[in-house]
Design a binder for this molecule. Sequence first.
Ligand code: PLP
Length: 474
Amino acid sequence: MEHMSPGEFRKWGHAVVDWIAVYQQRVEKLPVLSRAKPGEIRASLPPVPPQTGESFEHILADIDRLILPGITHWQSPNFFAFFPSNNSGPSILGDLLSSGLGIQGMLWATSPACTELETHVLDWVVDMLGLPQGFKSAGQGGGVIQDSASSAALCALLAARERATGFQTNERGCDGRLIAYTSTQTHSSVEKAVKIAGLGRNQLRSIEVDDRYAMRADALARQIALDRAAGLQPCFIAATVATTSSNAIDPLPEIGAIARKEGIWLHVDGAMGGTAALCPEFRWIHEGLELADSYCFNPHKWMFTNFDCDCFYVADRAALIKALSILPEYLKNQATESGAVIDYRDWQIPLGRRFRALKLWFVIRHYGVEGLCKHIRRHIELAQQFAVWVRQSSEFELMAPAPLNLVCFAHRDGDEFNRRLLDRINSTGDLYLTHTLLSGRVVLRLCVGQTQTELRHVENAWRQIREAATAIRA
Ligand code: PLP
């Protein structure tokens, strides 16, 4: 088969966009959670690759036939599981253009627009979310798009590790005395980052939380004092704005004050919840963020920008760059040597990078700040409405405060009942919820954030949850 000609590309490109538009219309009717059994999708695929090329018509038809049965529909308005991964037309089109341009943005010189648009849009986002001005590129800080909050945490930890050791760990290997701090509710990505950064799990402290599942600053301070007394070297604290399990907001002013006093790097993970700060009435979640050394949130979760797009900010870019920079001969160029440009390869783990800023730029320009605010506010209203129904119900109870778009609740009949309830709800295909454990109890989570989710979907979810509970009890 020859290369696809521009004319053929146009024809099949239109067909693919048509397919996506139809999918957007019909996704609501598809069973949210894939019903595929392990191995079923593979078994339907040919055992060997085609020796000669196939028609694109045939390839596209196989999406419906072979792939859709194995898809869990994250874009369904009835998807209330884990966290949203919402996308939008402008974001998909931005990503398509990025693929079409097919550039590598590792250095400013390898495509100046890729770097400069990214720097510019990330400065915009500082103002859009009311983040500390110190995260802007005009001063000592700056923002970069990472693939994920996990990578952001790892980069922050590596910079923290280097800063704490006078940039010597990169030279001599990791010091067994370095200590990192999270809460019992911190996302597992931080533990993974700790292991990758060579600290070892015994150098990670899991600080207890209060009755709202937020990190206890007094317990943090106590643990740091104990570690110092034992001759250890605290180097990194990860706080969270809206934890994965329950949307708990760690007390940044208190944690930040400890970090400053002790000279410890503070990273704040706002993966999903950070987006709420688009709305001025929710900016309180970031109170104290000016005390942080780094921060991230994921437009690929809750800002209509398809995966991957994590906005990662540092207050002092020099520490990050010094930690991650190596300049081999083959990457040397005049622009880098002039010192006048940003080379984002020094701000991340891989060398290569896609033009991800395009989709974020498209999203912001399509919706405008007011449009984004309107949709986020609406999601929070819907979650709050659901929380009211739970509170008013005699059968169900709220299991944690619900400050934003996530409601943690449980049926009063106990853990085993709640597990059965979840299985029953999800087996219908009509909606998809997931669970967590809070204080050792099984808790159902309803997270509102899909692009197309409206009141009727949340009403339907509440009705189905109650009907499933009644059916189990009957
Ligand atoms: N941090 C928090 C608070 C999260 O909820 C999640 C995902 O659930 C992550 C980090 C990991 O996100 P990513 O997939 O972008 O690494």
